[in-house]
Ligand binder design. Sequence first.
Ligand code: SF4
Length: 334
Amino acid sequence: MRIGIPRALLYYQYYPMWKTFFEGMGVEVVVSPTTTQTMLAKGSARVVADTCLPVKVFLGHVISLVNMCDYVFIPAVRSIKSQVYNCSKFLGLPDMTKAVVPEAPPILEIDIDINQGTRKLYQAIYQLGRNFTWNPVRVRQASLAAWQAHMGYRKMMTERVMTPPEAIEVISGKTKANYQENHHQQAEVPTSIALVGHPYLLYDEYINHRLINRLTKAGARIFTPEMITAETLESAVASVRGKAYWTYEEEVVGAGGHYLQSDIDGIIGVMAFGCGPDSLMIDAVHRQAAKLRNAPFMNLTLEEHTAEAGIITRLEAFTDMIKRRKRRQQEACV
Ligand code: SF4
């Protein structure tokens, strides 16, 4: 049996955990290829125009898995932390996919809502495991191994300063290299830039027009939310906004607040056009940057028709400005 996992939305956070669980259940995992224009066009054609870009991309990935697997795994994640909620798009993802991609392989679902208590969570995991085995011990072992894999993945990213795609490559045994390493050290004025935003925007190279790669080649060392520990993110959110309400507040507001307090040279907030939570969260980081005035901030909004040339021009202007600013600071210190 083959389980398909779309390389979109929650993939970047949970892939090692999901893979470990399904392999513990004795099934093979296949992941959709990286995003292409055709995938985005196919996903986009299934929904109304004002649906956010990441959901269109997700649907394109599901379509690409047709005939590649027996089931496709689409969790409905409402909440992973008490009284902190995911965007509504995540809750209805399995139902929406069934409605708009009727040719999709049968969908394996799990409802994750920590507000319902851990007992309900365990029941949901067991129900998912029942698709493969009646043995509860086997489900328990697979879920414990999956949790260990998730913790190891998180630890690898924070301790080795890696992005999720880099960590996934290492876990999969494909590479041991950190692709940032050969560029920033050679730059005339090495700079550090923090990117804050959803992982499905920061690491999908098609929709962000190879953002990390471009910045790295321009001599910037890149820092992202996954490189910060959960505790640090939590306290950074508390210092910027008080209590978090959205699941992604830590990755956006927390990471922004943390990097603004560090000696970062610049910060880029990456958001999806038309995303309500993003506009509030990125605005909070922007206001904090304006208040602290210790690092320039740029907002990059991605949408289906974002022109690559426009992004390149803005990135060049931003990195040039950061380099000039840094050079002036260095001269002032001499
Ligand atoms: S948080 Fe925003 S970008 Fe993400 S799925 Fe929801 S609406 Fe779309």
